[in-house]
Design a protein around this ligand. Structure first.
Ligand code: C6P
Length: 417
């Protein structure tokens, strides 16, 4: 958990901001940009942009194929990115890090490969009510195909998971427990260690959606004893088009390939093939090489900055944002106290549609997201169609929170509230 206050070292957000060229631009003529939408995608530091540029200028080639200097350079850059990513999540081996397109593809890989090899009619999968669609729909598709039962850990009115109900659900002897490590709407940081420990006691495999956790606080797959972890580069200062599936070695080795094609095979005959070893078994075709290089640079950047410092910075920002937003008449804030949440605040203003809030804030230069944030069932649970969501990262400042709060008063004025 990223919440232990540490007064000794602080992240210098003003200095950090200089690393992100886009933060210098104006949203509209004369209106500085205030980017509060990092949950959708983060901004990219210059080191990431330059690493990808350098790769294209100097080393561009296909990987694992050619025996020439460019192919060798490209291959070693790609594999170095895998090594860095493995160290970043404390994976026992880089072979357990599979490059995919994003979190969504990583979860689909598990559902299609592990799910179809291991689940049968009548089996139970436990998910939670706060899942992003990408950790719901792949399981719904599988459930319909195989007559599998889906059960859900409820979300309490404070935006936490109801672990008592979870304990009862485990009596159904689920085959899989899949849950988000941090809600992209409520900001709730879920008690992953406890959920996984109980799942393993019940004999279930665990899948952690780390799309919002891995970018924001240290995640150690060994310490948490995670079986599968999915996350996306674009939310952690890296480029779009590349993501990760980490898996326990024994599970990955036993799983059939997800897609067939080049690179994922050892040998091919007209009527048969022998699959390659992990991770290549799951990386069919030419992968996102430049993007892997960019992701490697993003990992270096986050490690150098310090994940503990980033987490603590976001804790302070979100605690302050909660304080400022709670003062606003008619505001309803969703999710738990700062102690249980990452840098996300979703809210509504009485009688004003979140899209209108977002549009007025945009005129003030503030980028937030409005809608159901691909978590429609969670919004149904709270009986609302949409929320406005401000989200924070290492480059955000207290002044930006003030600007958000002051601009929300302007929104109230526009609507005569
Ligand atoms: N949430 C948001 O604005 P992809 O699109 O595959 O990189 O990530 C999917 C995903 C999975 N799980 C969680 C918890 C997420 O937050 C996301 C992406 C973005 O909230 C885009 S919808």
């Amino acid at each position: 958990m990223p919440t232990a206050p540490n007064s000794l070292r602080r992240l210098d957000a003003a200095r950090i901001r200089r690393d992100f060229p886009i933060l210098d631009r104006q949203a509209h003529p004369g209106v500085p940009l205030v980017y509060l939408d990092s949950t959708a995608t983060s901004q990219k530091p210059l080191v990431v942009i330059e690493a990808m540029d350098r790769y294209h200028r100097v080393s561009n080639a296909n990987i694992h194929r050619g025996i020439h200097v460019l192919a060798e350079e490209a291959t070693s850059l790609y594999e170095a990115a895998r090594e860095k990513t493995a160290r970043f999540i404390s994976a026992p081996s880089a072979r357990q890090v599979i490059f995919t397109r994003n979190t969504t593809e990583s979860i689909n890989l598990v559902a299609y490969s592990w799910g179809r090899a291991n689940l049968q009619s009548g089996d139970v999968i436990i998910l939670t009510e706060m899942e992003h669609h990408s950790n719901l729909v792949p399981w719904q598709i599988l459930a319909a195909e195989r007559n599998i039962r889906l059960e859900f850990i409820p979300v309490t009115s404070e935006g936490l998971l109801d672990l008592q109900v979870y304990r009862d659900l485990l009596k159904l002897e689920p085959k899989l427990v899949g849950f988000t490590h941090m809600s992209n709407v409520l900001g709730t940081i879920t008690p992953a260690a406890e959920i996984i420990r109980l799942a393993h006691q019940a004999g279930a495999v665990t899948l952690v959606d780390g799309a919002q956790s891995v970018p924001h606080f240290p995640v150690d797959v060994k310490e948490l004893d995670i079986d599968f972890l999915a996350f996306s580069s674009h939310k952690m200062c890296g480029p779009t088009g590349i993501g990760v599936l980490y898996g326990r070695k024994s599970l990955l080795e036993a799983m059939p390939p997800f897609m067939g094609g080049g690179d994922m095979i050892k040998t091919v005959h007209l009527r048969s093939f022998v699959p390659n070893e992990i991770p290549y078994k799951f990386e069919a075709g030419t992968p996102a090489i430049a993007e892997a290089v960019g992701m490697g640079a993003a990992v270096d950047y986050l490690v150098t900055t310090g994940m503990e410092l980033i987490a603590h910075h976001e804790y302070e920002i979100v605690a302050y944002a909660l304080e400022r937003l709670e003062e606003i008449p008619g505001v309803r804030i969703f999710g738990p106290t700062a102690e249980h949440r990452g840098g996300i605040v979703s809210f509504t203003l009485s009688g004003i549609h979140p899209h209108d809030i977002s549009q007025i804030l945009d005129a003030e230069g503030i980028a937030i997201r409005a809608g159901h944030h691909c978590a429609q069932p969670l919004h149904e649970k709270f009986k609302i169609p949409a929320t406005a969501r401000a989200s924070f990262y290492l480059y955000n400042t207290m002044e930006e929170v003030d600007h958000l709060a002051n601009s929300l008063y302007k929104v109230l004025k526009v609507f005569g509230n």
